[in-house]
Design a protein around this ligand. Structure first.
Ligand SMILES: Cc1cc2nc3c(=O)[nH]c(=O)nc-3n(C[C@H](O)[C@H](O)[C@H](O)COP(=O)(O)OP(=O)(O)OC[C@H]3O[C@@H](n4cnc5c(N)ncnc54)[C@H](O)[C@@H]3O)c2cc1C
Length: 383
């Protein structure tokens, strides 16, 4: 996979070198194992350790906290390169999101305690917001945490939690004061090891992204320490979520653009090689027009997301634009991949063809990270 459809202005020679190293790593450690990851419904724990050694798990976390000390551009490259090999199993995205919550919202002690272990892959991170009865409307969550003499007692359940099977550290959204509405929500750092009140349910059988361990989680008097409240003060959970969600939504957009670029490249190659009615598919006007449209859309999306990356680097990315990136690009990703499947004909419906795998993996991009309708609500509030 050659990469961005137009050169990204934020790339530098140093970042090119980093990209080459990441490309080699994902090409040897992730891509060859994709089918096995799908069969077992999760990546190998050893992959997390290898990723830690490579410095790609927390590429944009400062070195003083064990991260690689790079910028958002380094982490963006990791997400792009995973998308360019079609990986949807290695949950670095969620892992990095958890680390950013801790970096930006945690106490100094929480940063020193957890970030080095997340950076090395010793701990795998997950964030548990969604529940069986509340996804888009997080005010409706029912999981609760009650303060006891030695910590917090957590009861409730979560569902659809990425990295749930392997997670050692889960940022759990709970109500610490059920009577206080949004002001009664807190984020707790829960360690899963030796925690008898915590249980991982089944790994959910999904339409796509089958190598990703998306799970149900159960809390039946699960224990979190007294200093587990993110930032040290109860009731700040909602504000913390609102502050950090743009990071998640920008990286969803970024991965979506890389997937569009890959789909286009795969389809150009296929339509050049496949013949029908005595000519290559790419010589037919419909194929050329469809691919011309996709190339235009891919270029527009790339230029837009590159601006988002630049704004992330400059610290001026905002919630509204992150919501635009998430909704518009994920919609485009699904549309483009569907068109590409059509140009592959029957082969586009065979999972041994990467375009078919991309088709089933893409659909959820419009749902998770906040459904696209919720993104439009956020954008509409800015009108
Ligand atoms: C593969 C996968 C991985 C996930 N990973 C995680 C994770 O790691 N952590 C986590 O906490 N959650 C995770 N989720 C959950 C995901 O964030 C939710 O599924 C999503 O937020 C939607 O919530 P819901 O499923 O409860 O749908 P609902 O809230 O029931 O909404 C269903 C649909 O109703 C419509 N809708 C809802 N509200 C509105 C509105 N206000 N206006 C207009 N339309 C609306 C939308 O079309 C929406 O898609 C994951 C989900 C999947 C499928």
């Amino acid at each position: 996979m050659s990469g961005a459809i137009v050169p990204s202005p934020w790339m530098t020679p140093e970042l090119e070198g980093f990209r080459d190293a990441v490309r080699r790593f994902v090409g040897s450690e992730v891509a060859p194992h994709a089918e096995r990851f799908r069969q077992q419904q999760h990546v190998d724990r050893a992959l997390w350790h290898k990723g830690g050694e490579m410095g790609i798990l927390l590429a944009d976390i400062p070195e003083q906290y064990g991260g690689a000390g790079g910028s958002f551009a380094h982490q963006a490259i990791v997400f792009e390169e995973l998308a360019y090999i079609g990986d949807m199993a290695f949950g670095i995205h969620v892992h990095a999101i958890v680390a950013h919550y801790i970096l930006n919202q945690g106490t100094e002690a929480q940063k020193l305690k957890y970030l080095p272990r997340l950076a090395s892959g010793e701990m795998v991170g997950a964030i548990a917001m969604s529940e069986p009865g509340a996804g888009s409307d997080l005010k409706g969550i029912r999981s609760s945490a009650v303060k006891t003499a030695d910590g917090y007692k957590i009861d409730g359940s979560k569902t659809f939690i990425s990295n749930g099977y392997l997670a050692d550290l889960i940022l759990v959204v709970v109500k610490t004061d059920p009577a206080a509405g949004a002001r009664g929500v807190s984020l707790l750092l829960l360690e899963t090891k030796d925690n008898p009140g915590f249980r991982v349910g089944r790994i959910l059988e999904k339409v796509g992204q089958k190598g990703q361990d998306t799970c149900e989680l159960f809390f039946d008097g699960a224990h979190a320490s007294l200093d587990s409240v993110l930032g040290g003060v109860e009731g700040k959970g909602f504000a913390q979520l609102m502050t950090e969600l743009p990071y998640e939504r920008t990286i969803l957009g970024l991965s979506g653009v890389a997937a569009i670029e890959r789909a286009l490249e795969l389809t150009i190659e296929h339509t050049k090689n496949r013949t029908a009615f005595g000519q290559a598919l790419i010589d037919m006007q419909n194929t050329r027009f469809v691919l011309a449209e996709i190339k235009t859309e891919a270029t527009v999306a790339r230029i837009f997301i590159d601006r988002c990356v630049e704004d992330m680097l400059a610290g001026r990315m905002d919630t509204v634009r992150a919501s635009m990136a998430k909704y518009w690009i994920s919609d485009l990703q699904c549309k483009v991949i569907d068109q590409c499947v059509q140009l592959f004909g029957g082969y586009g419906y065979m999972l041994e063809y990467p375009i078919a795998q991309m088709y089933v993996d893409a659909r959820v991009q419009r749902i998770y990270g906040g459904a696209n309708e919720i993104m439009k609500e956020i954008i509409a509030r800015s009108l």
